[in-house]
Design a protein around this ligand. Structure first.
Ligand code: PLP
Length: 401
């Protein structure tokens, strides 16, 4: 133990559990590990080189088709459409769910800002809802109670009593890779005439009841950003079990161009959201290794959980019962009595080379979203004060634990 572990920036002694926490973390991961970094091998290089050598680098090419087929195999979805990033996939998904300008979409207050941004891109308004501390996702009973209070639902059309706006859809995000309670959430949504869109950007390889996240609702979105479980550089995908929705996703993301040998005719305002072949080449190589990444990430999660078991002031964020998490990011939750020490823990961890991060600021408290309708969100606010994300790259499991 060095001095930096037992004194804060002002030289005051710190809570005795913090040095024990840092030692426990350093028993699992070496100093210097970032939160999540990609891992490549010769396969990625070969596939990308093939794109360059054949000239197929843009949005048409065999790797795009192969990547989409592999995504269907991996997730069990009937259709997968690869896009330029996860936010574009979410925007497309919301569009396919029928979200119209001026409507509201229920969005978890706990999560990455892209979920709310995609709603804004539809010229709709996010209406923030609280989450469950155990799953980190929307809480079915709390949602049901809230909606019964604030919605009028007639002929399957839900209207916010206060704003008069239609509430079209519910976005469920599987946070850090932990699957949400989909069966109960689908139940609540159908009660109120809401279409369910899943943000599975963090949960590739995450299952509930043997079913892959993102395939429960009408349509789901994946992300392959550089820090996600697999990466295509930048990338995402729309997944669905409805072949018609899948076909529309492909059409909309390719500028809604009607197929024709020489005419340019478009039957809708489309998006230029298709994933280029270069990125899909990376994606194919990465997907081939997905089960290995997931297995090593699980080993890392188990090591963290075991190492932290004796520290009563923190709880490891484990996969909810009955689910298989992707363990995209490992995290700990501070005991509420210790939440004032969060930044002190970050400071001391960083000083020892453990690159921890906080949870996202609650979305309803962000300046661009402060005016949006919101359910009281005490769980989201508490999670923000208490959650600490830990280094989670698969290669960290290769260091003897
Ligand atoms: C990463 C992420 C996104 C956005 O994906 P990009 O590919 O970065 O656009 C959306 N939602 C969640 C929950 C994410 O973690």
């Amino acid at each position: 133990m060095t001095d930096s572990a037992v004194a804060n920036a002002e030289g005051r002694p710190v809570s005795e559990f913090i040095p024990r926490l840092i030692d426990a973390l350093l028993g699992v991961v070496p100093a210097g590990g970032v939160l999540h970094e990609p891992e490549f091998s010769d396969t990625e290089r070969d596939y990308v080189a093939e794109c360059i050598e054949t000239g197929w680098v843009s949005s048409v090419g065999k790797f795009v088709d192969r990547f989409e087929e592999m995504l269907c195999e991996t997730t069990g979805a009937k259709s997968a459409v690869a896009t330029v990033n996860g936010t574009a996939a979410l925007h497309t998904a919301l569009h396919l769910a029928g979200v119209q300008p001026g409507e509201e979409v229920l969005v978890p207050a706990f999560g990455f800002v892209a979920t709310a941004n995609a709603v804004s891109q539809c010229a709709a308004l996010p209406h923030f809802v609280d989450v469950n501390e155990r799953t980190l996702a929307v809480d079915p009973p709390a949602l049901e109670k809230y909606l019964a209070d604030v919605l009028d639902c007639q002929d399957g059309i839900a209207v916010n009593r206060e704003t008069g706006r239609r509430i079209r859809a519910l976005v469920v995000a599987h946070i850090l890779g932990h699957p949400a309670e989909m069966t109960a959430l689908l139940d609540v949504a159908s009660q109120f005439g809401l279409t369910v869109v899943e943000d599975a950007a963090e949960s590739l390889g995450g299952y509930r009841d043997g079913r892959h996240t993102g395939t429960f609702g009408l349509v789901g979105a994946l992300s392959f950003n550089g820090n996600k479980t697999i990466t295509t550089g930048g990338g995402g995908a729309v997944i669905t079990n409805d072949p018609e929705i899948g076909a529309r996703a492909k059409h909309l993301t390719t500028t809604a161009k009607k197929p024709h040998a020489w005419e340019f005719d478009h039957d809708a305002i489309g998006f230029n959201y298709r994933m280029p072949n270069l990125n899909a080449a990376l994606g194919c190589a990465q997907l081939e290794k997905l089960s290995g990444f997931l297995a090593r990430k699980r080993v890392l999660a188990e090591r963290y959980q075991a190492a932290l078991a004796s520290i009563g002031e923190v709880a490891f964020v484990a996969e909810p019962p009955g689910t298989v998490s992707s363990y995209w990011l490992n995290a700990i939750l501070l005991d509420p009595a210790q939440e004032g020490l969060r930044d002190e823990i970050h400071r001391l961890c960083h000083a020892r080379g453990i690159m921890t991060r906080s949870a996202w600021k609650p979305l309803h408290s962000l300046q661009p979203y402060a005016h949006c309708p919101a359910m009281p969100a005490p769980v989201t606010e508490s999670l923000y004060r208490r959650l600490i994300k830990l280094p989670s790259s698969p290669h960290l499991a290769d260091v003897a634990g």
